[in-house]
Design a protein around this ligand. Structure first.
Ligand SMILES: [Cu+2]
Length: 221
């Protein structure tokens, strides 16, 4: 979604140069090693070592990162066991958090911890409206398709949040300084998208070979 061709294939493949483990001592030819542990037990297939895709987002203007951003794998594997839900609260006349993320197929729980009634709707995509949410009330909505929604309240025009529905369960919030870490990624090549409010998202091909791969994004209007 929203691929910018100019940037698409700029992958920075800086494989981790930091060897954390010292080289193993040479194996001495052991005469007898009775308790040999079997290499594989049972029928479970060996799991590839998981790594991290780390990096930073630079923005023009730089203030665009004030509320943070989201980075996600377009084609990452869908992990089972990942909590497929996010919460977006109405609190102190604002949405908290201002950027929420959920994997496609997951649900968002819209709550209201204010002493006043709020409304939650989005004019984007299929244009949903959850109606009024009273104090202590909540509404759950499931999101099947990836996309980004602006989230508004028709009773308080200043309220604005963003909901990013990620195409995979591998995503991360980017901090205000642009840094992010997507953890527990199996080795492979992925299309990684960086999204920041009001800027054009950028997708790059990134190959994760070792424990860590570093990638830099540059986003502008
Ligand atoms: Cu409101």
């Amino acid at each position: 979604m929203n691929v910018r061709p100019l940037f698409t294939m700029i992958a920075i493949l800086a494989g981790s140069a930091c060897a954390k483990a010292p080289p193993a001592p040479p194996l001495s030819p052991a005469k007898a090693s009775p308790p040999t542990a079997p290499a594989t037990v049972g029928a479970t297939a060996p799991q590839p070592a998981l790594g991290s895709i780390v990096g930073t987002i630079a923005t023009n203007p730089w203030r665009a990162m004030k509320g943070g951003g989201v980075v996600y794998l377009e084609d990452g594997p869908q992990d089972t066991g990942v909590p497929l839900s996010a919460t977006l609260d109405n609190h102190d006349m604002a949405f908290v958090p201002s950027i929420a993320v959920v994997a496609a197929g997951g649900s968002v729980i819209f709550t209201n911890t204010d002493p006043v009634t709020h409304n939650v709707f989005s004019p984007d995509g299929e244009k949903w409206d959850l109606g009024q949410i009273p104090q202590r009330g909540s509404v759950v909505k499931r999101f099947e398709r990836p996309g980004v929604y602006s989230v508004l309240c028709n009773m308080h025009p200043g309220m604005l949040a963003y909901l990013v529905v990620s195409p995979s369960s591998h995503f991360a919030r980017a901090a205000e300084d642009g840094s992010f870490v997507i953890k527990d990624v199996p080795p492979g090549t992925y299309h990684v998208t960086a999204w920041v409010p009001r800027l054009k998202p950028v997708t790059q091909a990134v190959t994760l070979g070792g424990a860590e791969t570093d990638v830099r994004f540059a986003l502008e209007r």
